[in-house]
Structures are given as structure tokens and as C-alpha cells.
Design a protein around this ligand. Sequence first.
Ligand SMILES: [Ca+2]
Length: 346
Amino acid sequence: MSVRHAITVLLLAAAIDAMGAVADKSPDRKTDKLPATWGEGLAAGINPGIAAKYPDAAGLAKDPDVYAVEDFESGRIQLPYTEGDRWDAMMKVTKTSPLAGSFSGEVTWAQGDNGGANRYWFPKKAHEGAHPAYFIRAYRKFDHGFFPGDVSKKVGLKGMGICCLAAKFDGRGGAKAGGACDGTNWYTVEDQFVGYAGKGEGSQNGYDWFAHLYSYEPFPKESLAKVGELKINDPPATRWSCYAQPKRMIAYDVWNCYEVGLYLNTPGTHDGEARYWINGELQARVTGICFRTVAAALPEIATLNLYRTTEDFPQKMTMWIDDIVIARRYIGPLKPADAKAKKTAK
Ligand SMILES: [Ca+2]
């Protein structure tokens, strides 16, 4: 990182701090003020978050706003999760392509493989306060196997996100599926990856391969995209997708930083949000969301999905994942250590 870039990052961080302070003193705020941290990550361009305070992520895991970090540097998966042994079964910890350090997670789908999902359960303290928010950030890299060759074939892969399950609050056992997405039950905010024939900017070999945010929530027609283009799926009428404008195509064999945020609403009030960043740049922001009408419907898990949404393909696909962080406020991209060294030398 250049000195100028480092200074820009610091100025941005200061500006965001100032923005939060102003929001706190807003005269039109009534009894129910939103936390200053909700103002983070909304600037144009790259938004530094709490990760910017920890060069090379050293010490990030101990930040009071961070719940869990998985960088695979122990040589194995340490992030606590449920869903049987799917991560253990699917994900290898390898040295083939680390983002930082020596190790990353590596998942390969052979023909016929579908995949699985894993759930990290938020600690109870995650739900404290009037307006809790929930974040998961991870770097991923997709190999050329995600290009099907025949551009008429679609490729789909579920991503990661934050979910309320079917009103299961009784511990860390198996979660039951089912129930209606009606404000008293389950809802989700996640990203996913899709590919199909296209010639948009950044498309590769006549193929568009990109990520977007989607959500199952009870009242999508009353939600509003402040950033991105909202498309309500009908049916089901309780799901929307929000696409960046323009869509940002994903280059193969390159690490990118993805982050999903869920801002919990007051029960019965349309004051929740969902946001999505790629490399610190806001891609989607949906406001006016009423995820829940009852206090008990809390986002309990961060989910890390590894399953395809499309038919089998003859080609092998490999994805790498690294530097997963789960936190209560916007995390942002990794900060390289050299930025601190230059700042100190200044
Ligand atoms: Ca690593």
C-alpha cells in the first residue's frame, strides 16, 4: 500500500468516525437512535472497517466487536460450527493458494458433488442492545472451473450470510427447517454467485460470473434499495435479490473480499437493513426491512454455504476461502502490514 493510499484510508476512517458522531447528535432523532456504527461502510469507494485497525489482521480476533476469525493458519479448521462434519468432509486446509499467511480453505466440487452448509452460532451477547447488527466477511477465489465452457450452462453457488432459523433458541442442536417467513419465524440475508451467458463489462469468454445479495424476509415490497437494483422474486413473494449497478464480474483465480451485513429491525418496524460489499465497496444496500415482528426472532447464525444451485457439470470447480471474520460491526478488507510501517516512519 502506498503512503498516499494509507493516508486516504486513515482520512476515510476519521470521516466515518465523524459521521457517526454527527448521527448521534441528530436533532430529528427521537427516543430510538440508531448506533453510530450503522453509519460505517456507506462511503463511495473503499470503506475501511475494524480490520483496518489491525495490520495483517494481527490482534483482530481479540477486538471486542469480533466474535470469530478463521484464517486456517493452524493448519486445520477451528471456527466452531454445526451441521455435522460437512466442512471437515468438504474443505481441505491447504498451502496451495493462501491469501495471507500460509494456509487457506480449499473446496473442490467434482462432477455430481452438491455440497453442504455450516452454521456458526452467534453468542448471546450478539443480540444485546437496541439495534444489534451482524456481519460476516470472507475472501474467496474461484478457479477457471467455474466457467462451464458451454456458455448456455448456468452455474450457481450459494454463499454466506446471516440467518434466523425456525424460532430455535434452545441451544446448539440440530435446527429444524420449515415454518413461514412471516416475521415470527425465519429470514435470511446472504450472498450467492451466478454465471450465465452474457457480454457485460468484465464478462469473460461471453459469460457473466458475479455475486449478489439476496434475502428471504416477510415484506419485500416495502423494502427499498438505496444502493443496487432490487428484484422481488415472485414466487416466492418473500424473497428479493439486489444486484450491483453495474454488476461486478468476478475474475477467475483472483482473491476478492466479500462482506454481508444484517441490521436488525425493531420488532414490527421497518427500520432494518441489509448491505453487501465487495473489496470494501458497497454493492447493495436495502433499507426499510422488517425482518421480524416479534422480539424472539433473532439472527442466530452466520452461515457458510458450499452447495451448488445448478445441475452437475463435467468440469471440476475449486474455490479457496480465507480470512473469515464474524463481528458486530462492519469489518472491511484486510490491511497490509506495510501501511502501518510507513505510517510509523512518517
Ligand atoms: Ca490464511
